[in-house]
Design a protein around this ligand. Structure first.
Ligand SMILES: Cc1ncc(COP(=O)(O)O)c(C=O)c1O
Length: 362
């Protein structure tokens, strides 16, 4: 079997060991005569996998007892609305920073539900910068500050988080589990699984318990859309996405074996350095549209002199087994998504290809 280098933004490459472990166990789970995804979610076997995945996330991130981890459906997209329905209930307001495509979606949905102050919007610079965390002033009366820790499309990432007088609520979909989180600053974190955690179809929400306490219950919100029943039922208020949660269990086991968050952060630094160095090496040919201090370690974006050259680059790269390098259709250009399961060798192969392409076409 030959595996290509997959730079797709999500769904994306997953650790080979994880895929193999799942394949080996898929049809006949631990010699029980059926697949895990055929078993009732109320069995001890599924419960053990479910709890193993929850504790894997907790252990790797060092989630303190002040916060609860939930697995929910609907992707990170549903959290755009669910955060607002639960945290802006009763006429509350919040500050949101608009750092690009994903922040914008969070803002649009929250605005339909509650009062939103957009306190930063970098449209004028085409979403290439972020606020200085030290200079953020929260609007009086705002109950939280929402940010998108990594803009998957724009390739822009908060390098450090602000220390504010209100809790931060963050969409961490595309850099979850790639670096430590100062939980004491966060009221709620949400992340779709399909980057660093597993397949699409499950999402992780980590909510501070005192904030959870204040959320409306199912008498005020439709059952699924209130955080409370999910928290009470240990994320089994309805039938959970068992396959996806099983994959999270295997991915967290893998990450623990590798060395956890320290390892993930150091690999992210290595991989992103390799790709940004390749861009800088041919500075006149490749160009990053993102201000240097906020360049993402997960999604590296760059432009070539013409769109025709960008097309050619992507086509030739695909032939060279470097897949998924086309930028998002809304912004064009090129993008390499280099999540936890992307190897350093994969990014080295990309850098070598970039070097050769620039020499031939520059
Ligand atoms: C930063 C960010 N937020 C939200 C989403 C939406 O996630 P989902 O497709 O799981 O709803 C994505 C998807 O790529 C994303 O990258």
């Amino acid at each position: 079997m030959s595996r290509i280098h997959n730079f797709s933004a999500g769904p994306c490459t997953l650790p080979l060991e994880v895929l193999q472990a799942a394949a080996a166990d898929f049809v006949d789970y631990q010699k029980m005569g059926m697949s895990l995804i055929e078993m009732s979610h109320r069995t001890k076997t599924v419960e053990a996998v479910h709890n193993g995945a929850l504790s894997g996330v907790k252990e790797i991130l060092g989630v303190p007892d002040t916060h609860q981890v939930l697995f929910l459906g609907g992707g990170a997209t549903m959290q755009f609305a669910m955060v607002a329905m639960n945290l802006l209930h009763g006429g509350k307001s919040a500050d949101y920073s608009n750092s690009g495509a994903w922040a914008k979606k969070a803002i649009e949905d929250a605005k339909k539900i509650g009062k939103v102050n957009v306190t930063f919007d970098d449209k004028a610079n085409n979403y290439s910068t972020l606020p200085d965390p030290a200079s953020i002033k929260v609007t009086e009366g705002a109950s939280f500050y929402h940010l998108t820790s990594n803009e998957t499309i724009g390739g822009i990432q908060w390098q450090s988080f602000p220390n504010l007088n209100v809790p931060i609520v963050a969409d961490m979909s595309s850099d979850f589990m790639s670096r430590p989180i100062p939980f004491e600053r966060f009221g709620l974190i949400y992340a779709g699984a399909q980057k660093n955690l597993g397949p699409a179809g499950v999402e992780v929400t980590i909510i501070r318990k005192d904030i959870l306490e204040q959320c409306p219950d199912t008498d005020k919100l439709p059952g699924y859309l209130s955080y409370k029943p999910h928290a009470r039922e240990n994320s089994m208020a309805n039938t959970p996405p068992v396959f996806q949660i099983w994959m999270i269990k295997l991915v967290t086991d893998w990450l623990k074996r590798k060395g956890g968050l320290q390892w993930a952060a150091s690999q992210a630094q290595k991989r992103s350095d390799i790709v940004y160095d390749a861009i800088a090496k041919h500075g006149g040919f490749y160009r990053s549209p993102v201000q240097q201090s906020v360049r993402s370690k997960m999604n590296v974006v760059w432009r070539l002199p013409t769109e025709a050259l960008e097309d050619q680059f992507v086509k030739e790269a695909t032939k060279a087994q470097l897949d998924g390098l086309k930028g998002h259709r809304s912004v064009g250009g090129c993008r390499a998504s280099i999540y936890n399961a992307m190897t350093v060798e994969g990014t080295q192969a990309l850098a070598q290809f970039m070097d050769e392409f620039a020499k031939k076409n520059g």
